[in-house]
Ligand binder design. Structure first.
Ligand code: NAD
Length: 368
C-alpha cells in the first residue's frame, strides 16, 4: 500500500459504461486521485478508454493490475458476479478499494469481504454515489433538523431507457448475473432511504415484469423501522427520471436528482400551485442558475455526485477521514434487494432479516 504523498494512484477494473461515462471523466476533476492503470477482458473497450483518458498501463487480466506496485487503490467496475472476488483480491494485494454497487451477489460473499476488510489497514467502500448528490445532502440536513416532522412516507422513481443508450451486455439482462431493476436501480434507493431517514428497511413486497429481459420493470412497497412506509417504481425501458418524495407530518420534500434546482420543500397547508411558493421556487432557481450552467457544461448535477464521491474516497485514504458508505452499508442494501427478488418471485412480502443468502431465480410471477 502506497502511503507516500501525492495523488492516490488508482487502477480501474472494468472499462464499460460507468467507467467511461462517469468515473473517468469525474476523476479528472479530483486532484488527489490519478488513474494509472485500467483492466478489461475486452481489448476494444480497454484500449479505447486508455487512449481517450491517456492511461498508460493496460491489463487484460485484472490480477496483473492487482499485482502492479504502482497501483495503491482499485475501483471494481466489472459486472456484479465479479465484485467480491476482485475486491477481495484488491484487499489481499494491500490496495484500498471502491466497489461499485451492489456490493456482491450473495451474503456469504459480502460477509467474507467484510471479514477481510476488518483485518486490513486499507479502506473499502461501496459506490452509492447518490449519497454525495448535493440535493440529497441538503435534504438530509432538512430532515435531520426535524423540519418535516415525523416521516410518514417515502416514494421514489428511477427509470431509464437503458437499451437506447448503449449495447447492453448479457449480464444486465439476467437476474442470476446481477441484472434487472431490483439489483441495478432499486439498491440505490434502498441505500438512500437508510441514509436519509436513518431507518432500516424491515419488509418489502415487490413485483416485476420480465418481457424484454429479467426484471426490466418493477414496483415495490416497504415498511421502515421508524414506522414510515416507502414505495418505489423502476424501469429500464422508458424515459429517464430519478426522483424522491418524502412526506412528513410537518411538510414534504421533493427531489429531482437530474435538475440543479430539483429540491422543493413544501410546508404543511401550502397547495402546490400556491403563487408564493412558486415565486420563491423561481427565485431559488434563478440564484442557482450560474451553478447549474457551470455543472451543465461538466455533465450536470447528477454527474457531480461522482466527483464528490471520488473526493471523499481520496480524502479518506490521505487524511484518515472515516468512510461514509461502508461494506456494511453495501451488505444491508444487498440484503434488501435479495428479499425483494424473493418477493417478486413468490408474490409474498418478505422480511429483510429472512432474505435468502443468494439471488432467487425468476419465478412464475414474472411474465415473459
Ligand atoms: N453508481 C452508478 O450509478 C452506476 C451506474 C452504472 C453502473 N454501475 C455499476 O457498475 C458496474 C459496471 O456497470 P457498467 O454499466 O459499466 O457495465 P458494462 O457491462 O457496461 O461494463 C462492464 C465491463 O466489465 C468488463 N468485464 C467483464 N468481466 C471482466 C473481468 N473478468 N475482468 C475485467 N473486466 C471485465 C466488460 O468487458 C465490460 O467492459 C455494475 O456493478 C453496475 O451496477 C453503477
Amino acid at each position: 500500500m502506497d502511503m507516500s504523498d501525492g495523488p492516490v494512484r488508482l487502477g480501474i477494473i472494468g472499462c464499460g459504461n460507468v467507467t467511461e461515462k462517469r468515473h473517468l471523466p469525474a476523476i479528472q476533476s479530483v486532484s488527489d486521485l490519478q488513474v494509472v492503470a485500467l483492466a478489461d477482458i475486452d481489448d476494444g473497450s480497454l484500449n479505447r478508454l486508455a487512449d481517450r483518458f491517456r492511461v498508460a498501463k493496460r491489463y487484460n487480466d485484472y490480477r496483473a493490475l492487482l499485482a502492479d506496485q504502482d497501483v495503491s487503490a482499485v475501483a471494481v467496475c466489472a459486472p456484479l458476479s465479479f465484485h467480491a472476488e476482485m475486491a477481495l483480491g484488491a484487499l489481499e494485494a494491500g490496495k484500498h478499494v471502491l466497489v461499485e454497487k451492489p456490493l456482491a451477489s450473495s451474503l456469504d460473499e459480502a460477509d467474507a469481504l467484510i471479514e477481510r476488510a476488518a483485518h486490513s489497514p486499507c479502506k473499502a467502500m461501496v459506490g452509492y454515489n447518490l449519497r454525495w448528490h448535493r440535493l440529497v445532502r441538503q435534504a438530509r440536513e432538512i430532515i435531520n433538523q426535524g423540519r418535516l416532522g415525523r416521516i410518514e412516507l417515502a416514494a421514489a422513481v428511477f427509470t431509464a431507457g437503458t437499451h437506447f443508450k448503449s449495447d447492453v451486455l448479457e449480464w444486465k439482462k439476467r437476474r442470476a448475473l446481477g441484472g434487472g431493476v431490483l439489483m441495478e436501480f432499486a439498491t440505490h434507493y434502498f441505500d438512500l432511504w437508510r441514509f436519509l431517514l436513518d431507518a432500516e428497511v424491515e419488509e418489502v413486497h415487490a413485483s416485476t415484469r420480465s418481457d424484454q429481459w429479467d426484471d426490466v420493470t418493477g414496483t415495490l412497497t416497504a415498511h421502515l423501522s421508524n414506522g414510515a412506509l416507502a414505495t418505489a417504481y423502476f424501469s429500464e425501458w422508458t424515459s429517464d427520471r430519478n426522483e424522491l418524495h418524502i412526506y412528513g407530518q410537518a411538510g414534504s420534500l421533493h427531489l429531482d436528482l437530474y435538475r440543479f434546482d430539483g429540491l422543493e420543500s413544501v410546508p404543511l397547508f401550502r397547495a402546490p400551485g400556491n403563487i408564493g411558493g412558486r415565486l420563491s421556487h423561481f427565485g431559488r432557481s434563478l440564484r442557482q442558475l450560474p451553478r447549474g450552467v457551470r455543472h451543465f457544461r461538466r455533465g450536470g448535477e447528477y454527474y457531480a455526485s461522482f466527483i464528490a464521491q471520488w473526493r471523499h474516497f481520496a480524502e479518506s485514504i490521505q487524511e484518515a477521514v472515516p468512510l461514509e458508505c461502508t461494506l456494511e452499508d453495501g451488505r444491508r442494501a444487498m440484503q434488501i434487494a435479495l428479499a425483494a427478488l424473493k418477493s417478486a418471485s413468490t408474490g409474498q412480502a418478505v422480511r429483510v432479516e429472512h432474505a435468502p443468502r443468494e439471488i432467487t431465480p425468476p419465478g412464475p410471477r414474472q411474465t415473459g
